[in-house]
Ligand binder design. Sequence first.
Ligand code: AMP
Length: 431
Amino acid sequence: MSTFQTIKGTFDILPDPAMSSSAFAYGTAAWQHVEATLRDVLARFNFSEVRTPILEPTELIARGIGQLTDIVSKEMFAFTRGDTNYVMRPEITAPVMRAYLQHHLDQRGGVQKLYYIGPCFRAEEPQKGRYRQFHQFGVEVIGSDDARADAETIAVMMAVYKAFGLTNTTLRLNTLGDAESRPRYKAALQAYFEPYRQDLSETSRTRLDTNPLRILDTKDERERTLLADAPHLIDFVDAESRAHYEEVKQLLNDLGLVFVEDPFLVRGLDYYSRTAFELESPDLGAQSALGGGGRYDLLSVEVGSKKPVPAVGFASGMERLFLALEANEVTLPGTPSPDVFLVALGDRARRRVFRMAQELRDAGFKVALDLRGRSMKAQMREANRQNAPFTIIVGDNELEQAQAPVKNMETGEQTEVAFADLRNYLRDHVT
Ligand code: AMP
């Protein structure tokens, strides 16, 4: 029997990605660095982290995101156990809204500014930048319908990419209007496309009947030319939403955030209203969206709230961020190295070195040592492989003298240091 492999569309993140070509191209140290940078930016914007379960009630996702979306209609990893329907969350906005309502966070007064980082699951056809288990980070600003909440959500998203030096991006912006705007627009789109029904792809023909807004996402060249004369959503949007949109644009201008208006940007999820935005990178190929979001004033009621709760947020893909960093040749930390590698010769030395490792670790150093009783040569090779800047070599002589040579692996220089002084020596030399 051959060994087990990761499931299609999922991947391992190893300490050193060079260990395997089938693991993710960045290792855990790079992930931790990216996550730390993210948390730092999000904290500056006064967001707090929320962690919700991977498993959610299927109904929450189905009602929240909408039955007719691709996610709910064909991409959910869902199962039933007993009389409970579980789904492995395909996104984290509906779960955060569930948490907000469940814990009555509205009663805390003010606006809740929450962020998350975590895995999501969608049964999509895997390709570059599209996986079945992937990671999203994002924010939700819950409890304000003010245009500043929208602008701040966009600003924090832009700040994240800027923190990584990723400024070669396009921010696309649109407004979806209120609950009535979309049905009006849907009807107008249906009327527009109906005469071309025979020219549409099979998918678009189905969408024409069920969810014509999705035709606007088409990649089909012929359909794209049809879009040229299609009605624009903005012409069906209510006056209040238009004023809100104008304010969001003004605020973005005030912050010097550049955007392009895209009349066909509708986003794939049903819960959006008013502001919709997407951030694209030219470096990502077919899956060009780094992230996106918008206002979702309609979600709370969809998932059971008696009164509507205004909210806005964005969600971004971690893997796409890595792809953009790779394309822009941004260097990220590789595997962390120990401060020192302890080399032991003979049984007595091995016992002493084992204790020495503990002492140095207690003193705060990162210490590596051989765990297989290998030869000195093999231990030195291992120290090199692990990029240890120093080795301490201990044999019978060193035990007798209670001192050992500390070797600087870069210069080859060796200094005799008494066991009792090792901590001080390392403290002065390890950077
Ligand atoms: P969505 O929730 O569909 O708006 O997605 C938000 C962001 O998550 C996208 O812009 C991508 O960066 C990322 N994303 C969505 N689906 C996937 C996937 N299957 N694999 C990797 N990243 C994804």
